[in-house]
Design a protein around this ligand. Structure first.
Ligand code: B12
Ligand code: SF4
Length: 500
């Protein structure tokens, strides 16, 4: 095993780390880490793709997944796994809200920590923060397949790791950067994501379809990478900038290979439901229409897709429904048109949004609206506008998150510039679901309560009910009573998974 106390530069200078020099070109052992802090059931597709390419190269892969571990046992369990597996490389995937957890997991390994690389959205957008951490040896930026492949072949042959594109390394206090790695040109040249190492419970979720919460076997599928838009709160803005001089980040999988991938997984894992995770499914495009035609003939399972209001037309949506579409997720984000257009750069009108939901309703397609509260410069009346717009759009399911200024986004930069970040925003990063990271007129507690209450406010028709919800918004005690009643009624408040 490589010595984690050496920095990468020393390993490279020696060029033949003990175990690797003993078996040059031998397959390496890679332990992937899925730090699933929210506990939501879902196979992480980034890791599934990296496992597939690593196995294709002949290396041995194992997965350490925190999802089903007893609370507070992850550090201890990781130590045990590392002692047992003795990996040559620890490959950690990390989203920003997982970073605090990842650091504590890696710290728990102490001197046992193998050579460690961290990749994923947080390493991509906050690379400096990640590489500076004393528990990380290398940080991977952007798409990971080519960077990891190159790193593993360098390690397997005992050659240096400096200069690998997309990989930041360090020597003592000095950081060595490289530009982002090559993008996989055609996504169908990648092996299909490998789900084998994931616990099969990831596929078993409770999902809300046609008015009912039902247990089902659901699989996520990546139909493409990147989004044509660049919203100032989303990673796509950063990815467009990162790859501006390299290549075009936005790519789609060819229809036939996508259908083959879905079909193989549906049969192998006995899936009952498909979730397409395209950032923005271009519903009106010829490619998507062809995909729906093939899906209707060959897959025949109900599915969910995500899109923008502008994509929803009578004809395109009817075709989706005839192919099996059962649910569509559409971002409303903010009902205050001025704030939505100005701050969020979402230039569609309220009318377009209402129209999109109306078309879906008429076609019998269930809808899930995504909304954010706690935006910079937002007031209680902007939130009221979000509630009102949802009432007019009348989705079947209303999802609300508290805005978090993710690193690498323009809104993060704006919050920093205007001094809007709360001092404890690092703590918030670990608990972002229920807390705000920015200073605003409403206060953290009220926003956290509103996140839960807004869906009820949208659907509540009685005057008495509305008065009760408004009391719950203002009073912590009333809110506690509300939450315990709700949980007894529903079992949980989340849409799918058991922990989100
Ligand atoms: C699909 C998706 C989901 C799905 C998750 C399904 C799943 N099984 O993972 C659902 C709908 C559940 C979801 C929910 C949420 N999501 Co989401 N989601 C996405 C989305 C659209 C695609 C992710 C994906 O699978 N991409 C495809 C794979 C192949 O890419 P990848 O995971 O990034 O992995 C690649 C690289 O990052 C890298 N890499 C990754 N790990 C590693 C490790 C190593 C060692 C290396 C070398 C490289 C590497 O290589 C991989 C292959 O190229 C992204 C947006 C995006 N474009 O990335 C947001 C995104 C990941 N989500 C985000 C957020 C905030 C959320 C929510 C918190 C939203 C909310 N407020 O509720 C929730 C929380 C999820 C939870 N677990 O509770 C943010 C995270 C921001 C950040 N900086 O961390 C993103 C980036 C969108 C955004 N706002 O910018 N999400
Ligand atoms: S439309 Fe959605 S996926 Fe695309 S940039 Fe905006 S928030 Fe990101």
């Amino acid at each position: 095993m490589l010595d984690p106390r050496q920095d990468v530069r020393t390993i490279v200078a020696n060029s033949r780390p003990a175990s690797l020099s003993a078996k040059p070109h031998a397959p390496l052992s890679v332990l992937f880490v899925y730090p699933n802090i929210t506990g939501q059931h879902s196979i992480q597709l980034g890791l599934a793709s990296l496992i597939a390419v690593t196995r294709q190269q002949g290396h041995q892969c194992q997965l350490f997944d925190t999802t089903f571990l007893p609370p507070n046992s992850a550090g201890h369990e990781l130590r045990q796994t590392v002692t047992r597996v003795r990996p040559d490389l620890l490959a950690v995937s990390c989203r920003s809200y997982e970073w605090g957890f990842v650091e504590s997991l890696l710290a728990a390994l102490g001197s046992q920590r193998p050579l460690t690389i961290v990749g994923g959205p947080h390493a991509t957008c906050a690379t400096k923060e990640v590489i500076r951490s004393s528990v990380v040896d290398m940080a991977a930026i952007g798409e990971g397949e080519s960077t990891l492949t190159e790193l593993l072949s360098h390690l397997a042959s005992g050659s240096g790791v400096e200069g690998i594109s997309g990989l930041w390394t360090k020597t003592g206090g000095q950081i060595h950067r490289t530009p982002p790695g090559m993008l996989v040109g055609r996504l169908d040249t990648l092996p299909a994501p490998d789900w084998e190492l994931f616990d099969s419970r990831h596929l078993d979720v409770n999902y809300f379809v046609k008015g009912k919460m039902l247990p089902m076997r659901l699989g996520f599928f990546e139909t493409g990478r990147g989004c044509p838009s660049s919203c100032p709160y989303c990673i796509n803005e950063h990815l467009h900038t990162l790859y501006r001089d390299v290549d075009k980040y936005e790519r789609r999988k060819p229809v036939q290979s996508l259908i083959e991938e879905i079909s193989e997984k549906v049969h192998r894992y006995k899936l009952q439901y498909v979730f397409l995770i395209d950032d923005w499914l271009a519903l009106r495009s010829k490619r998507v229409q062809r995909f729906f035609d093939a899906y209707r003939d060959q897959i025949k399972l109900p599915f969910t897709f995500l899109t923008r209001p502008e994509e929803i037309t009578e004809k395109a949506t009817a075709n989706a429904v005839s192919a099996g579409a059962a649910m569509v997720g559409i971002g409303i984000e903010c009902g205050d048109e001025q704030l939505r257009r100005g701050l969020l750069r979402r230039r569609m009108s309220n009318k377009t949004i209402i129209n999109a939901f109306t078309i879906c309703r008429h076609l019998g397609l269930s809808t899930h609206s995504y909304n954010m509260i706690g935006l910079p410069f937002e007031t209680r009346s902007s939130i009221q506008a979000t509630i009102s717009l949802n009432q007019k759009a009348s989705p079947d399911f209303v999802g609300v998150s508290i805005f978090y200024p993710f690193p690498g986004t323009s809104l993060r930069a704006l919050c920093e510039e205007r001094g809007l970040l709360r001092a404890e925003s690092d703590v918030v990063r670990k608990t972002f679901h229920s807390a705000t990271a920015i200073k605003g007129p409403l206060g953290a507690g009220r926003l956290a309560r509103l996140r839960v209450l807004i869906p009820h406010m949208v659907f509540c028709r009685s005057r008495l009910g509305r008065a009760w919800l408004s009391t719950c918004e203002r009073s912590t005690l009333a809110f506690r009573v509300f939450s315990s009643l709700e949980q007894r009624k529903q079992g949980h408040l989340s849409m799918y998974g058991n922990g989100g």
